[in-house]
Design a protein around this ligand. Structure first.
Ligand SMILES: Cc1cc2nc3c(=O)[nH]c(=O)nc-3n(C[C@H](O)[C@H](O)[C@H](O)COP(=O)(O)OP(=O)(O)OC[C@H]3O[C@@H](n4cnc5c(N)ncnc54)[C@H](O)[C@@H]3O)c2cc1C
Length: 430
């Protein structure tokens, strides 16, 4: 039986293993002592849309993309995800309302698992894969890769593995390692854009109409800004949620947000992100984003910066006294009230203010004086490893999938890229 190695037990690796289980001998190598990857630490907002969380249409026709997303939904349901119905007519109504405000709203079929339930779903996933003879080697880190005699050899901290096919799905956390391996193996790569923005926090009532009446758990608004014609979008809306600190790398951090199913706050938070692409002489979007994060960390005295929207508009820093004048009580307290415009480029700050002004027409209250902004929130995407449409690299038995390879930035698309690669591997085995 042909042997397939999967590096990384995140959504990309797990869905690949699920697809391959009955056709070959599958071993999943994971450096942590649990499966689930970054997906496990998220609150499991599932976007079943081919162009949210990546772009499946680069790999599949629209019809096939929708089909694979439906399969992913059914697999998650099998392991315990409850399906939440979306009222499509209401979503279309919100789309029309947004168009009148000059905003593009993207209607999506969505689901939400909750960070407190996701580990159970992942555990069911693992038990089922083990029943199907998928072997998990946890606490095992892949260190090096070689291609020899039509075999891929993976050196780990526990020994060496050899396989007919290998899928590299190490996620964001493994992206630097993946870049190193790609360079060594002579695979071509290019930079993806970086998303730079803030985490916005308002009272739940502000988004209640959208979340409850329109039944839209994680609304996706895309906005073109007036001055710079930039693309800015809402991302990761967390009703009843909490803002948290997130480490990007050792000494560089930003903020993120999450919601739980059982524990609820009085606030709703979401990210507003400006897509930033760079051309010569600095194409390295990762370096640019990192320098902005560092500067913001320095100005915040080692903490994220918190600013009330009124203070940003009045060109002054926030203080705790000014924050407390507002109606929104921040869910993340380990912050420094300050001035985001001291740390961020003028262009990004202008984009953020303009976006909030436009959103105010669809979500009254979102652009109010009390609205809180946390920085930095930066979404780095890995370098894109060049592949064909089946995620096959220039080395024919070496495949990549998921966030680490720069082909996704969300659970469902990561899972889909894992499945696409696995299907190609299956077709080569037959
Ligand atoms: C806080 C947070 C919240 C999020 N919320 C959401 C959300 O609500 N909805 C959504 O769609 N997306 C969300 N995301 C993004 C989502 O989690 C990722 O897009 C998704 O998990 C990517 O899947 P992946 O399989 O590519 O990588 P990962 O999930 O990162 O998995 C990669 C795995 O590979 C392992 N690995 C790395 N290097 C090695 C190595 N050398 N050897 C062995 N193992 C290795 C890692 O330990 C990891 O387990 C969130 C992310 C974060 C960080």
């Amino acid at each position: 039986m042909e042997k397939v190695l999967v590096i990384g037990a995140g959504p990309a690796g797990l869905f690949a293993a699920h697809e391959l289980a009955s056709s070959c001998e599958v071993t999943v190598i994971e450096q942590e002592n649990h499966i689930g990857g970054a997906g496990l630490h998220s609150d499991g907002k599932m976007n079943f849309h081919p162009q949210i969380g990546g772009n499946l249409l680069e790999f599949l026709s629209e019809e096939d993309a929708l089909k694979i997303l439906e399969e992913i939904k059914q697999i998650f349901k099998k392991y315990g995800m409850e399906e939440v119905g979306n009222d499509w007519e209401k979503l279309l109504e919100l789309e029309r309302k947004s168009i009148r405000a000059g905003i593009k709203f993207i209607p999506i079929r969505q689901n939400h698992i909750g960070s407190d339930y996701l580990p159970k779903v992942m555990n069911n996933f693992r038990i089922d894969l083990e029943k199907k003879n998928v072997k998990f080697k946890l606490n095992t880190k892949a260190l090096d890769i070689d291609s020899k005699n039509e075999k891929i050899i993976v050196k780990t901290d526990k020994g060496s593995e050899e396989a007919n096919f290998t899928l590299l799905a190490p996620g964001r956390v493994g992206s630097l390692w993946l870049i190193k391996m790609a360079k060594k193996l002579g695979l071509k790569m290019h930079f993806n854009p970086v998303d730079i923005g803030v985490r916005v926090e308002v009272l739940n009532d502000v988004l209640k109409e959208i979340v409850h009446d329109y039944q839209c758990w994680d609304p996706k608004f895309h906005i073109r800004t007036h001055h710079y014609d930039d693309h800015i979008r809402s991302f990761c809306v967390c009703p009843y949620g909490f803002v948290v600190k997130e480490f990007y790398e050792k000494d560089i951090f930003g903020v993120n947000g999450h919601s739980m199913r059982d524990k609820k706050s009085k606030n709703c938070n979401f990210a507003l992100l400006v897509r930033t692409e760079l051309t010569k002489p600095l194409e390295n979007t990762i370096e640019y984003g990192r320098s902005i994060a560092k500067q913001t960390n320095t100005l915040g005295g080692g903490k994220p910066i918190l600013q009330r929207l009124r203070d940003l508009r009045m060109n002054r820093r926030s203080t705790w006294e000014r924050v407390n004048r507002g109606y929104v009580n921040p869910t993340l307290k380990d912050v420094t009230p300050g001035d985001i415009s001291m740390a961020y480029p003028y262009r990004i700050v202008t984009d953020i203010i303009e976006a909030l002004d436009k959103l105010e027409k669809v979500i009254p209250g979102v652009g109010s004086d009390s609205t809180l902004l946390y920085a930095p929130e930066i979404k780095f995407y890995s370098m894109r490893i060049e592949t064909n449409k089946m995620l096959q690299t220039a080395i024919p038995n070496l495949f990549v999938a998921g966030d680490g390879a720069g082909v996704s930035r969300g659970i469902t698309i990561a899972a889909a890229t894992g499945m696409i690669a696995a299907r190609r591997i299956k077709s080569l085995i037959k």
